[in-house]
Design a protein around this ligand. Sequence first.
Ligand code: TYD
Ligand code: MG
Length: 452
Amino acid sequence: MAKGKTSVFFCQECGYESAKWMGQCPGCHAWNTFVEEKVEKSSPARKRAANEVTVSTLSQIETREEMRITTDIEELDRVLGGGIVKGSLVLVGGDPGIGKSTLLLQVCKNLSRQRKRVLYISGEESLQQIKIRAERIGEFSESLSLLCETNLDTIHEIIKKEKPEIVVIDSIQTMYNETVSSAPGSVSQVRESTGTLMQIAKGMDIAIFIVGHVTKEGVVAGPRVLEHMVDTVLYFEGDRHASYRILRGVKNRFGSTNEIGVFEMRQDGLHEVENPSEYMLNGRPKDASGSVVACSMEGTRPILIEVQALVCHSNLGIPRRTAAGTDYNRVNLLMAVLEKRVGLQMSACDAYVNIAGGIRMNEPAIDLGIVLALVSSYKEIAIDDKTICFGEVGLSGEVRAVSMAEQRVAEAKKLGFTRCILPKVSLQNMQPVEGIRLEGVESVKDALRLVS
Ligand code: TYD
Ligand code: MG
């Protein structure tokens, strides 16, 4: 392949690459997102001759003890799979202003207290601005160094000189590589920069955190390119108007995904929320129709949430339906099940379903909660506020088994619930639990009989 610059068009939303400009991206269907970028054509790596290459069996490969560094933030350690892995590249994505810089500065603070050499590189804020933030967060030790820089070559040199154990890059969209002529933040820059950082992380055994801003569609610029390059992808999300924040693992080469960490943003930085269920159920109305407590597993942790529904007669030809915090299509499906299997006239009703607190829950186990909330609102009957339910609802109106029923029941008991409606199949494998009445149901009809 000849060396030289060629011009390529990239979709700035999803990183789709094309030789010509297009109005609509075939990858993500966004309009007007293609931007021309000049990229250096690199000559392909030299092919190794077959006699230079050897294959190995698994037993021949030596593994070293996987070194984990604890961040002293339990919620973060759990999402990372037990701490920071040396030589790993972690992407922390999220909306601007959600608290990514604050979280990572707090990580730096804790690590520097453990006498780890930490380097925080910011391309967004000046040293003074970082200091103002740091003063809000608390005491720092001298082993944290700060740098304002956006040129990756310089950063590489500094890392070689300072030999830190952990590096934070805030943010990847401000970094640039001189070999790529397009602007910082463009797909080819972001990709190239991440590639360079990956080499530094693996080559020098340094754990690197990179901050990535999310576009309005909720993805990091060039996400597919970025996500498959890094070891771990964490998303920081939350309602702008609420003070809590959720850190979600989307990809993790060194641990399970789906774990979440819950934080609360206060005056002096982020605080861990040790009991998210209690936090989510705060301010729940008593004896109100359309409010039901359900349980969803987030990784290994059961979280209780309040499902709210408002069902009212529709004046429109096509009834209005919204689902906040859960899957819209799932809500429509459950309403169809209620119509067909239970005989409720749902098709003429507007319905608004909301998971209180702004958290997103997509586990099918909350189906039963959504169904009961819908019926409770439709029939104007309040469901006892010491009752909790979980179970997946199938198309025939059957309530199907869910995993980890014991843990869910234990969490409900811990928070003072006295009655639990759960799938009969799950109940069969369970021991009775003192202080909480377990009622197994086979179908949605059974469940409705229990609450009305
Ligand atoms: P920041 O970490 O700058 O967000 P990001 O890096 O994701 O863009 O967070 C900024 C927000 O957090 C800002 O709205 C102020 C708020 N904040 C607090 O409420 N308390 C604090 O102690 C700090 C440092 C920030
Ligand atoms: Mg920031």
